[in-house]
Design a protein around this ligand. Structure first.
Ligand code: FAD
Length: 296
C-alpha cells in the first residue's frame, strides 16, 4: 500500500530533491567516481560490482555505445587492480528491441571481460523479460565460463527456472526481486517472498551452483549462514551481496562473521529510474521527501 503510494508520488518529486536523495545509492555520474568508491570499499574489505545506470534502450547505436562503456569500465577495473566485476541489465543492451542484438552485445562485453579475467553478470528485470533474459544467458553460457545470471524469488516460476537451467557450472545472484509484480505471477507479501528466497537458495546449493545471496534481510541472511554452514561451504564458495547505501551495519556484521560481502556500485547520469526503485523500498522515504522539500 505504502509502496504503491510512494511509487505514484515519486515521479512528482522535483529533480534536485530526487538527486539529493539518490546520492545515497549511487557513486556519482562518472566512472572515475565509481572507481574511487570501489577502491574505498576494497580498503574496507569489500569487493565490488560495477553497474552503469540505465535501461530500456531501444536504439541499436545507443545499445552499442552502452556495451562500449562497459568494456571501458572493465578495462579500468583491471588497470586499477580493483576486485570487482561488471553487471548489466538486458534492456540496457537493447533486449526490448532485439534479443539477437542483446546477445551479440553481451558476447562482445563477455569476450572483452574474458581477456581481462573479469566476471560478467546478466541482471534480471521485470517478469515480462524473464524468458528472453534466460534464453540470452543460456546462449552465453555455452560460450563463456565467467558469466552469471540473477533469479528473483518473488516470482512463482523461479523454482522451475532453476530446474530448467542446463546442467553444468552455474553462477546465480539470488534476489527477492525489486520490481513490483502482479499477484498472478509473484508473491506480494514479505513472508512468502522470504520463504521462497530460502527455498530457492537451498535448491541452488543442492545443484552445486555458486550463489551470491543478495539481500539486506537480516533474518534471511542468518538462515543462509546456517545453510552454507550445514553444507560445509568455504567462504570462497558463495558470497553475500549488498547495495551501496543500504543497511551498512549488516554488511559489517556478515563480514565479521567471516562471510565475503560484495557491494553493488551503480554510477552514471541516468540515475532516476534506479533510485526511484530503491527509494520505494525505503520506508523512511516519505519522511525524507518532506524534510527535503521544506529544507529546500
Ligand atoms: P527486504 O526485505 O526488501 O529488505 C530488508 C531490509 O533492508 C528492510 O529493513 C528494508 O527496509 C531494507 N532495505 C531494502 N532496500 C532498501 C533501500 N533501498 N533503502 C533502505 N533500506 C532498504 N533485483 C532485481 O530484481 N534484479 C536484479 O538484478 C537485482 N540485483 C541486485 C543486486 C544486489 C547486489 C542486491 C543487493 C540486490 C539486487 N536486487 C535486484 C534487488 C533485490 O531484488 C531486492 O529488491 C533488494 O535487495 C531488497 O530486498 P532484500 O532482500 O534486501 O529484503
Amino acid at each position: 500500500m505504502l509502496s504503491q503510494l510512494v511509487a505514484h508520488t515519486l515521479p512528482l518529486v522535483p529533480g534536485p530533491i530526487m538527486r539529493r536523495l539518490s546520492l545515497r545509492y549511487i557513486a556519482g555520474e562518472t566512472l572515475a567516481l565509481a572507481l574511487a568508491r570501489l577502491q574505498a570499499l576494497q580498503a574496507e574489505g569489500h569487493p565490488g560490482v560495477l553497474d552503469i545506470l540505465g535501461e530500456e534502450i531501444h536504439s541499436e547505436s545507443e545499445a552499442r555505445e552502452v556495451a562500449a562503456q562497459y568494456c571501458a569500465a572493465a578495462t579500468a577495473i583491471k588497470e586499477h587492480k580493483i576486485d570487482a566485476y561488471v553487471s548489466i541489465k538486458p534492456t540496457h543492451l537493447g533486449l526490448s528491441s532485439s534479443e539477437d542484438l542483446c546477445f551479440e552485445l553481451y558476447s562482445i562485453v563477455a569476450e572483452h571481460c574474458k581477456q581481462l579475467g573479469i566476471f560478467l553478470r546478466v541482471e534480471m528485470e521485470d517478469h515480462t523479460t524473464t524468458d528472453a533474459t534466460l534464453r540470452v544467458f543460456e546462449r552465453l553460457r555455452l560460450e563463456f565460463e565467467a558469466i552469471g545470471c540473477v533469479l528473483q524469488s518473488r516470482l512463482f516460476r523461479t523454482a522451475d527456472d532453476i530446474a530448467a537451467l542446463k546442467a553444468g557450472p552455474l553462477n546465480v545472484r539470488l534476489v527477492k526481486g525489486i520490481y513490483l509484480e502482479p499477484s498472478e505471477v509473484a508473491h506480494t507479501d514479505a513472508g512468502p517472498i522470504r520463504e521462497a528466497f530460502l527455498e530457492n537458495a537451498a535448491q541452488l546449493l543442492e545443484r552445486d551452483a555458486t550463489v551470491a545471496f543478495a539481500t539486506h534481510d537480516e533474518a534471511a541472511a542468518e538462515s543462509i549462514a546456517q545453510l552454507v554452514r550445514a553444507k560445509g561451504l568455504r567462504s570462497d564458495q558463495y558470497e553475500f551481496q549488498v547495495l551501496l547505501g543500504v543497511q551498512k551495519p549488516l554488511w559489517t556484521k556478515l563480514k565479521e562473521q567471516g562471510h565475503a560481502v560484495r557491494v553493488y556500485v551503480p554510477y552514471g547520469p541516468d540515475w532516476r529510474a534506479y533510485s526511484t526503485r530503491r527509494l520505494i523500498k525505503n520506508p523512511e522515504i516519505v519522511k525524507h521527501v518532506f524534510r527535503n522539500m521544506f529544507t529546500g
